[in-house]
Ligand binder design. Structure first.
Ligand code: AMP
Ligand code: MG
Length: 415
């Protein structure tokens, strides 16, 4: 047994990694802020709306003037003008007067309510001054008017720190004239694939080689987790070659390598990391798939040695690297949503390790059903391609058909 090798629950490893502090902040223009994580709490800098505004097309009136109006007994008001969109009505609405107004128009002084156009009839062809309007409906003060601060009051909490910005957030920020804002920096993540047997994309594998797959799945997972990948390519199983890649990887904030870290094999990635000065832990995580993973720090930078098997590399990234990358961007909360699904066929976890089994999710009568993607061998890429989620099962357990199972959702799904 390798010194320091101890079995730890996957949840403990995830907890440790999710405590990694943010990498820093930067200011970005509003137009580039979607999907970024807000670094400070924002409060409404002013009332929204700032002024009283109409929420209907109609006539701005004094409610007291029309309190007796009805369809059978209309009240006639003098039409003294129009609120032009993009401008204010210069003047005030006096007793017995009305001003035509469109949705969004700023309420003229003196008026306190809007009568919807449907409840009026204008005696004129056009809404010119000097005409009149028949009001066929009473309105209460404030009717069809949005008051200052009714949407958001000045000083009210607007967006919390750690929030991943959504399109609607940008709308509200633009409304307040916020042109740029502080967000957490996206961590740069160097990706290294190792193995003499690997042929990288664009080179023809020899008879004894296999194509490098991990670089591409890992870079995509990094992007999906908000990081910026740095491709270090493939290093052959040679210490100097790996060392050179590790040195280049230190441009990034994190280094993720795959393969060459299994116990008992030519352990060059670990040796190269240690030679570079890394402090390493070899974690034997209580999970399947996934052999031991190496985690450590080189300087102040986290480094990972993930298993080489493409499925194991992806699942260990998902469970361990992703929570850390989210934490490094100040994101709080679970790294993925989970749901409880009904097993559509038995889901069996053979062996004592906790299983993260690839499942499809299918909507059934407004509930989720889960089904294994097929062969769960960690060499079966197809099972990962088909997976909507990972069903989490304790060691040596079977979830019978119709029973519930917890699923980590990997793909956006809807009932
Ligand atoms: P290792 O962890 O080095 O023992 O690798 C485990 C298995 O994963 C071996 O069959 C490797 O050939 C394979 N493998 C390692 N790295 C990659 C990669 N980048 N792309 C595809 N398969 C890989
Ligand atoms: Mg290898």
């Amino acid at each position: 047994m390798v010194p320091g090798l101890h079995l730890i629950p996957a949840e403990e490893a995830r907890r440790i990694l999710a405590e990694t502090p943010p990498v820093g902040t930067e200011r970005v223009p509003l137009a580039e802020a979607a999907g970024r994580v807000l670094a400070t709490e924002l409060r409404a800098p002013a009332n929204l709306p700032g002024e009283r505004r109409a929420v209907m097309d109609g006539y701005a009136v004094r409610a007291a003037d029309v309190h007796a109006a009805s369809e059978l007994s209309t009240v006639t008001l003098a039409l003294v003008g129009v609120v032009p969109m993009g401008n204010v009505f210069r003047g005030a609405v006096a007793a017995g007067e009305a001003v035509a107004i469109s949705t969004g128009g700023f309420l003229p002084e003196g008026a306190d309510a809007i009568v919807m156009i449907e409840h009026t009839s204008s005696t004129a062809e056009s809404e010119g001054v000097g005409r009149s309007v028949e009001i066929g409906r009473a309105v209460a003060p404030g009717a069809n008017v949005i008051q200052p601060g009714e949407d958001l009051a000045a000083g009210a909490p607007l967006l919390a720190a750690g929030r991943r910005l959504r399109p609607q957030d940008l709308a509200v920020l633009a409304t307040f004239g916020i042109v740029d804002l502080p967000v957490f920096r996206r961590p740069r993540v160097a990706v290294l694939s190792t193995g003499n047997e690997l042929a990288d994309l664009g080179t023809e594998p020899t008879a004894a080689q296999i194509p490098n797959a991990n670089t591409y799945s890992l870079m995509a997972q990094i992007v999906e987790a908000g990081g910026l990948p740095l491709n270090l390519g493939v290093a052959p199983d040679r210490l100097d070659a790996i060392a050179e890649r590790i040195a280049r990887g230190m441009e990034a904030d994190v280094l993720v390598s795959s393969a060459g870290v299994s116990v008992g094999e030519l352990d060059l990635v670990r040796e190269a990391l240690v030679n570079a000065g890394a402090e390493l832990h070899l974690w034997k995580v209580d999970m399947r798939p996934g052999k031991p993973i190496t985690f450590g720090t080189l300087g102040d930078k986290p480094v990972f040695g993930l298993p080489g098997n493409p499925v194991s590399a992806m699942v260990t990234f998902e469970l361990f690297v992703r929570p850390m990358l989210l934490a490094m961007q100040g994101r709080r909360g679970p790294a993925r949503p989970t749901l409880r699904a009904t097993a559509l066929a038995p889901i069996v976890n053979r062996g004592s390790r906790r299983g993260y089994l690839r499942v499809t999710l299918e909507a059934r009568d407004g509930r989720w059903g889960a089904r294994l993607t097929g062969d769960q061998g960690s060499g079966i890429l197809r099972s990962m391609v088909a997976a909507d989620g990972l069903a989490v099962l304790k060691g040596d357990t079977t979830v019978a058909e119709g029973q519930e199972v917890e699923v980590i959702v990997l793909r956006q799904v809807s009932l």
